[in-house]
Design a protein around this ligand. Sequence first.
Ligand SMILES: *[C@@H]1O[C@H](CO)[C@@H](O)[C@H](O)[C@H]1NC(C)=O
Ligand SMILES: *[C@@H]1O[C@H](CO)[C@@H](O)[C@H](O)[C@H]1NC(C)=O
Ligand SMILES: *[C@@H]1O[C@H](CO)[C@@H](O)[C@H](O)[C@H]1NC(C)=O
Ligand SMILES: *[C@@H]1O[C@H](CO)[C@@H](O)[C@H](O)[C@H]1NC(C)=O
Ligand SMILES: *[C@@H]1O[C@H](CO)[C@@H](O)[C@H](O)[C@H]1NC(C)=O
Ligand SMILES: *[C@@H]1O[C@H](CO)[C@@H](O)[C@H](O)[C@H]1NC(C)=O
Ligand SMILES: *[C@@H]1O[C@H](CO)[C@@H](O)[C@H](O)[C@H]1NC(C)=O
Ligand SMILES: *[C@@H]1O[C@H](CO)[C@@H](O)[C@H](O)[C@H]1NC(C)=O
Ligand SMILES: *[C@@H]1O[C@H](CO)[C@@H](O)[C@H](O)[C@H]1NC(C)=O
Length: 806
Amino acid sequence: MGIFPVWMLFIMCFICSSFQFNPVDNYLIDCGSSKNTSVGTRVFMADNSSPITLMSPQTIFVNTTSKPNTATTDSAVYPSAVVFGGTSNYTFPIKKQGGHWIRLYFYPLNHESRNLSTARFSVSAQSFTLLKDFRPPSVPVVKEYVLNITSNSLVLNFIPYKDSFAFVNALEVISIPDELIPNSAKTFSPSGEQDNLWKHALEKVARVNMGNRVVNPENDSLWRHWDSDFSFLKHGNLVKFVENVRAVNYTGFSTNDIAPPSVYGTATQLDTESDPNTRTNMTWLFEVDPGFNYFVRFHFCDIVSPQPNQMFFNVYINSLSVVRDFDLSKQTSNILRSPCYIDFIARSSNSRNLNITIGPSEAYNAYPNGILNGLEIMKISDSKGSLDFGDTIVQSSTSKLKSWTIIGSIVVVIFVALVLALVLFIIWRRRKLAHANHAVQDQFGNKGRKSTDGIATISSSKIGYSFPLAVIKEATKNFNDGLIIGVGGFGKVYMGVLRDETKVAVKRGVPHSQQGFSEFETEIEMLSQFRHRHLVSLIGYCDEQNEMIIVYEYMDNGTLKNHLYGSDLPKLNWRQRLEICIGSAKGLHYLHTGSTKAIIHRDVKSANILLDENLMAKVADFGLSKNGPEIDHTHVSTAVKGSFGYLDPEYLIRQQLTEKSDVYSFGVVMLEILSGRPVIDPSQPRETVNLVEWAIKGLSPGELEKLVDPFLAQEIKPESLKTFGEIAEKCLAERGVDRPTMGEILWKLECALQLEGICVRPRLNTQPSNSHFEDSVLSTQYSVGSDIDGVSMSKVFSNMVRTDMR
Ligand SMILES: *[C@@H]1O[C@H](CO)[C@@H](O)[C@H](O)[C@H]1NC(C)=O
Ligand SMILES: *[C@@H]1O[C@H](CO)[C@@H](O)[C@H](O)[C@H]1NC(C)=O
Ligand SMILES: *[C@@H]1O[C@H](CO)[C@@H](O)[C@H](O)[C@H]1NC(C)=O
Ligand SMILES: *[C@@H]1O[C@H](CO)[C@@H](O)[C@H](O)[C@H]1NC(C)=O
Ligand SMILES: *[C@@H]1O[C@H](CO)[C@@H](O)[C@H](O)[C@H]1NC(C)=O
Ligand SMILES: *[C@@H]1O[C@H](CO)[C@@H](O)[C@H](O)[C@H]1NC(C)=O
Ligand SMILES: *[C@@H]1O[C@H](CO)[C@@H](O)[C@H](O)[C@H]1NC(C)=O
Ligand SMILES: *[C@@H]1O[C@H](CO)[C@@H](O)[C@H](O)[C@H]1NC(C)=O
Ligand SMILES: *[C@@H]1O[C@H](CO)[C@@H](O)[C@H](O)[C@H]1NC(C)=O
């Protein structure tokens, strides 16, 4: 009999020590509940079953049966709460002094006797103000703090605002490993160190896992929730998300407790593959309260380089360089895939933004690259021990007040009141958003390609961010008709502005149409799998309340169609048109070849090619896209779909769908670009109503000029026109097999751009023949990467240079 418990104990100790940090103090309270509640592997105790004492002049326990929808597993603690009518406190006995998490869970659950949304209160612990004049947002929120507890007990005070009350749904007080937070960290401007971090309270502002993956508390040894970085990224299109969790090899520069493998094993990387000459930064924007210092921790792990000493980059906080030419290998003694981290203190500023930037290094002739795996930002309590923004403002204003005249001070008081009101409003709004963010569900999370071991596989597939409907409504002023920028079969498209001032295009599907829903799903799926500078980027989606909303990057210059005809926009010149043509061809080429299975767009037309502020073309609208034929080229699709005038006749007749159907439609777009008129124009004389029919006759030499947009007449060089005409003609070939591939078209278009028709391609040693599309050398070159700018060659080249230098 005696052996059994010992054996059990052994197993339990083994589990504790090998998998999870074992905190000395570990209080988990499901406030207001009469029973213990499991959250993942942890149990939150009923309020009355613990050594914790609650002292309060007036409490009520409330509970409901409905759980809020949260992405994390913590939803079980929200249906109950304890409500405090007066100043109240929880006292926790502390066995081990030192750093502790304090996590406070708030959710104004729906209760008939009391509307918890009207609560207003402050929370303090030791000498620190954790929350001041807090009004809970309508979504679940977890506030998280780190406190160095320096006595044998922790008293957590809840102080209701007068005439109001306080509440809390759940509490955690947990010891953390001593090494988690250092006592000092490097600062910049003024440079030096900030000491005595332990004397401050820290509040989590952001904890982000790069690589667009959420990490739930169950996958973190200290039960931290890591948000996905996607929604913080300033530009989503020049980065790629990579994943290789199994490769992570802790060798002492970081530990599993500092951050788990699921954080180090995913990363966001600069995407220089499509164009190694682009020198671009990746930046994440975080909203912070001005006037505080922030503790910033960067987590790195090189899960992408095949060997050490290949990853150099610069790290910036608020555009200030904090590490130049950072060599990840040096940081980890040349051990690849070894996690490490670096800490900084960002000094207080007046900005409401904290910007984190990773940019390519110019040193060592490095291939432009950069990576970030995780990021934590914590607010450091001010000299008064407060973490509340309102406090700082009031203090600084009132100290000035004294020396001012009475009239002046009245003005100041009014001003302060206004500022305060604004600040509270901002805080309230920000929290609301932050919590909405928290509640994100990534239902498309499993569509990503799984990484295998060995070299990191690039997961080109990523999840769009699920927006709360409230955020969309705010961005579009509640779907204001004045913001409509387009109307299509699917529904209306609005211009919207997110809180960080990003402009977005919001496509709102007509609800309740089954057809629409499958297209909605297809589009999100396609856009989340494919990212390319010439494909319009997905920012997120919203499917709350039967809505079908897709949020895209905003394209300042609208559709190509509008620039060609039927609007007052200035006409595009020939060079611009060619570049747009090349851009959209790159986008389509990527769709056709970027993954193992070709994707057929199925609705290529000038209205689906969008132009950004620099008139760069991006292909849009993937609602009809389909995976192409896999092995045989005889895929028979069930229903013919597409746009009239652009439809491949072969597809129409034989219902055979291949990439070449897109090529046909692209040929039609080329004709539109050349002629500046619609495909079907009833106002034209009978024989020229249908642009394609007319063009096929007109494409013979000598006739071509008749097609050209009169606006361009003087501009086009005959050679360029000839090449362009040849490509269009090939694209419009009756049989798909006779049409060129997008890669071939791209090549020829770039030739046309060189005006003389001479292709200057120094990196390739093949001299392509000008008259033939059937050039096998070219097609193999094209099929390797996501873009065709000789990427692989230049990469090899830069690697060679680097090897030579060593
Ligand atoms: C909910 O509250 C009622 C009384 O108000 C109590 O009897 C019941 O046990 C509570 N349920 C839970 C799950 O705490
Ligand atoms: C909750 O769990 C604790 C420890 O496991 C136990 O002592 C207590 O009786 C439980 N309370 C209830 C209501 O089940
Ligand atoms: C805790 O609250 C009770 C009742 O509100 C009060 O009497 C007591 O002084 C408080 N204790 C501390 C340490 O603040
Ligand atoms: C907590 O604070 C005390 C007193 O300032 C200090 O001695 C101790 O090292 C600190 N510990 C941690 C883990 O912060
Ligand atoms: C609760 O209060 C909030 C804020 O005052 C209000 O918006 C909401 O409608 C109220 N809910 C109920 C059920 O009364
Ligand atoms: C981790 O790195 C160490 C040090 O280079 C190496 O000896 C070990 O084999 C690595 N472990 C794995 C699993 O790759
Ligand atoms: C996260 O935890 C779940 C369940 O514990 C596990 O199945 C999954 O593999 C973990 N994910 C990662 C990335 O470690
Ligand atoms: C952060 O980026 C935003 C948006 O680009 C910019 O407005 C702001 O000035 C930047 N803040 C700092 C401190 O660099
Ligand atoms: C990256 O950002 C830093 C800081 O804002 C700036 O100095 C640098 O020029 C940027 N680099 C590129 C390539 O945009």
